[in-house]
Design a protein around this ligand. Structure first.
Ligand code: NFE
Length: 509
């Protein structure tokens, strides 16, 4: 039997997932990215500094990460080191944005996979937003306009949390998460000058001057965000995890994880250190030119595998070629590290940094949750492991950006003005976006013009099609082998997909 989800909802962009299920087990899975834009191509010929603004337009979820990766690539090409305030302020902008994105993923995009939202009808308290929601639902039910909404359908009833009080708490926090995200966006705006697409992240630092007023406002919002993370987000993820413990065994993909350094400390170390682990054996350090992107199954004429910046352009199939070709099934390329399929993202960060064995705070947090939930580090390679990882990372990030904000030197610009445009240099910017390892490669020609640009993006790793050795991508591997309990309601598929938080706008760009 074939089960196709097209499009997958509650993710960013257009993803089609086709599965073949036999004897209640997924035997085949295909992830298709159905959209192509060509942002890298559009960059060529423009001034090198425009990359920071233009690559942000790849996406409305993680523009901060593209801005950072582009700035890092230019700084790498020019061999620039930021000053103290530049380092701190950049962490404060991108850290706040990441938090907003994690909260958005858990509450807005994923929680409805687990909460029984119809329990709002059992709400008898006096919270204004909850009463408004209840009123709205009752009105819609009586008008029969929108309902029966699938979320209220009896068909899905057994798939959700049964404890009414917990559902009511989670619905309440779902509503509160909007206010929390607004505060995190405010934090981004204070030094990013605007959100979504910020304008003050530049090669050379952050151009907003850290006045006392801005710092005080930032710290006060950060403390409120910390409260939400500690008192709503983390407890909610734990409660959901306790009720869906089997999901620590569902959605297990390959045991290979790739991460990049992110959130620089003033001593030159990072909050999360990059590395590669294969079968849970970790090695520190990354060689970006060990990445090859394969195209046998991607809608381009070139079928080979290419290193970053090796090609200036891939040629999309024409419509006639597209109709005749029955092998290719995605606009996404298939990146591989040292030839291996890897998972990137929050679980990869937690697993790699835990295996690295040097970050005591991360290790003690992971050990604490492992004891509470009866799991071990290998279980993070799962649906619930990915949700838990985001919560753990959020706690570490909020603590770090509060510490960073207290070290900023008031009034001192965190920005170094670049001198003249460079000629004939290349640079690499590696960082972690919300969804995982992000790499930008820039090749600057004469007088600062972009000769070639390449982005290798988190979701490309995760939703990649098969590579030239016919090995399925990371999400395809997570799906293959999954047992479907109720073939009429294969919720496992959507839960696995959403656990990776795919962004298709980024994946193909
Ligand atoms: Ni478009 Fe992005 C991906 C993230 S890359 S959301 O994939 O996170 O910066």
């Amino acid at each position: 039997m074939k089960v196709t989800i097209d499009p997958v909802t509650r993710i960013e962009g257009h993803l089609k997932v086709e599965t073949v299920i036999e004897d209640s087990v997924i035997k085949e899975a295909k992830c298709s990215a159905d959209m192509y834009r060509g942002i890298e191509k559009a960059l060529r010929g423009y001034d090198y500094l425009t990359a920071i603004q233009i690559t942000q337009r790849t996406c409305g979820c993680c523009p901060y990460a593209h801005a950072e990766a582009a700035a890092l690539a230019i700084e790498n090409a020019l061999q620039i080191e930021l000053n103290k305030n530049g380092k701190l302020l950049r962490n404060m902008v991108i850290g706040a944005y990441k938090l907003k994105d994690y909260v958005l993923h858990f509450y807005t995009l994923s929680a409805l996979d687990f909460i029984n939202i119809s329990d709002i009808l059992n709400y008898n308290g006096n919270d204004f937003d909850m009463l408004e929601l209840k009123k709205y639902v009752l009105k819609e039910i009586s008008s029969k306009k929108v309902f029966p909404n699938p979320l209220f359908s009896q068909k899905y009833k057994n798939a959700y949390i049964k404890n009414k009080d917990l559902n009511i708490t989670l619905i309440n926090h779902y509503l509160k998460s909007f206010e929390a995200m607004k505060k995190m966006s405010e934090m981004v705006k204070i030094f990013g000058s605007k959100s979504t697409h910020m304008v003050t992240i530049e090669a050379g630092g952050v151009t907003t001057r850290p006045t006392a007023e801005r710092l005080v406002k930032y710290i006060s919002l950060a403390k409120e965000s910390q409260h939400f993370i500690e008192h709503c987000y983390i407890p909610d993820v734990l409660e959901v995890a306790k009720r869906f413990k089997e999901y620590f065994k569902i959605g297990k993909g390959v045991d290979n994880f790739l991460t990049f350094d992110t959130l620089l400390n003033l001593d030159g170390s990072y909050l999360f250190t990059g590395g590669f682990s294969k079968d849970f054996e970790y090695e520190e350090g990354i060689e970006p030119y060990n990445i090859i992107e394969y195209n046998n199954y991607a809608y381009y004429k070139e079928n080979g595998g290419y290193k970053p910046l090796e090609l200036t352009e891939l040629t999309p199939l024409t419509f006639d070629e597209f109709k005749q070709n029955h092998t290719k099934y995605s606009w996404s390329k298939a990146p591989r590290y040292k030839g291996h399929v890897v998972e990137v993202g929050p679980a990869a960060i937690v697993i790699n940094n835990y295996l690295r064995g040097k970050d005591e705070k991360l290790i003690s947090l992971v050990d604490k949750f492992n004891r509470e939930l009866g799991i071990d580090i290998k279980d993070y390679n799962s649906v619930m492991g990915r949700h838990l990882s985001r919560a753990i990372i959020s706690k570490l990030i909020i603590d770090k950006i509060i510490e960073d904000s207290l070290m900023v030197e008031e009034g001192k610009l965190g920005f170094i003005q670049l001198k003249k445009p460079p000629s004939n240099v290349k640079g690499i910017g590696l960082t972690e976006a919300t969804r995982g390892a992000l790499a930008h490669f820039i090749d600057i020609g004469e007088n600062g013009y972009i000769r070639n640009y390449e982005m290798i993006v988190p979701t490309t790793w995760n939703i990649s099609p098969k590579d030239n050795q016919n090995i399925p991508g990371a999400l395809e591997s997570m799906l293959i082998g999954t047992e479907i309990r109720d073939i009429n309601n294969p919720v496992e598929i959507a839960r696995i997909i959403r656990s990776t938080d795919p962004c298709l706008a980024c994946a193909v760009h």
